[in-house]
Ligand binder design. Sequence first.
Ligand code: PLP
Length: 421
Amino acid sequence: MDALSLNEKNVFDVASIKQQFPILQQQCRGKPLIYLDSGATAQKPESVIEAIRHYYQYDNANVHRGVYQLSERATQAYEQVREQVRAFINAEDQHEIIFTRGTTEAINLVAHSFGALQIKADDEIVLSYMEHHSNIVPWQMLCEKVGCKIKIIPLHEEGTLDLNEYAKLLTPRTKLVSIIHVSNVLGTVNPIEQMIALAHQHNIPVLIDGAQAVPRMPIDVKKLDCDFYAFSGHKLYGPTSVGVLYGKRKWLEAMPPYQGGGDMISRVSFNKTEYNVLPYKFEAGTPNIAAVIGLGAAIQYLESIGMDAIQKHEIELTHYAQQKLSQIPGLKIYGHAKDKMGVISFTLDDIHAHDVGTILDNEGIAIRAGHHCAMPLMEYYKVAAMARASLGIYNQKSDIDALVRGLLKVKEIFGRYTHRE
Ligand code: PLP
């Protein structure tokens, strides 16, 4: 284990990790910044910022095209990250790793391309009640186009999926199951291995939205046996505008291209165009090369800490936050799954989440407030909005303590203060 992350007592050394993030060294509103919005986007360590700067300063050229040294270097760096990603999620081979703009584009790619291959009128796609909009709307668009239907796995009040109902939804009409790994609202870690195995008993492929899971736990796509797995670089301490679609080779080979243009072809004439091999078939046009290189640096950084250690840290801190926040009178937490991590959403008395967020901002504390791109979940819990604290590798118990003090202040300002410890 790298000395950066674990000291000799084998303790996750958050203070030294935090030192690696220049943005976290500043004050906001005259107070030390406490960043509790990593679920929206994570901050970037120095090594990621430096990798991007280095690329633009020394290696910038287009990939897969040039015959000169710079282009060779850029291509090599870009393709090296593909191998890094393959190893990071334990995919079988590099051709199964497609670079996209993020989770959203990865899911749209599958909806468009797998949809064209496999999904017809009256077929069914199974989603869950806790999906992010990016795993709802692309399927609704496909339904509008081909006349397929969406079936929804219901929730238990505690924020877990009803697996008995899930089993009943799998029928010969089901052509795909597409579910979230870790909920961005409830923090629930869904039992996806079990859910994938059940779908496979019916020969139904499964897509996993791993946007909130990949930054928080080791992912092994071979062990999970998922057919597709999507995630975003910017939630993984890397840059925006890069993400990954993992797909089993048998599907990606059979699926038609998503977009047409440069790099995704092997031969073009006005009569007929032949498409490139995997993974290039799905990477039309000049990709975000610098972001891919930044993603490689982020993965290297996380591996130097160790994904097992990160998972342990996230779980411990989530339990601490859950316990501390639940002691605040009038605060209601949404999501009480036994297997929960990284995210705590709540409402506070009848105070609007935006007011909570604004007052906390005055204390230098950054949280998210709103519908969290999960309006069906807001409807389920009958709230217009929630406040959400989401954790990262640089957060520690003192950040949660500051959040608790900030929330007591919110209550005081709104005249709801009833309790002092
Ligand atoms: N899925 C989940 C669970 C998310 O939390 C998010 C972003 O918040 C997304 C998908 C969309 O990710 P992106 O905007 O990076 O494409």
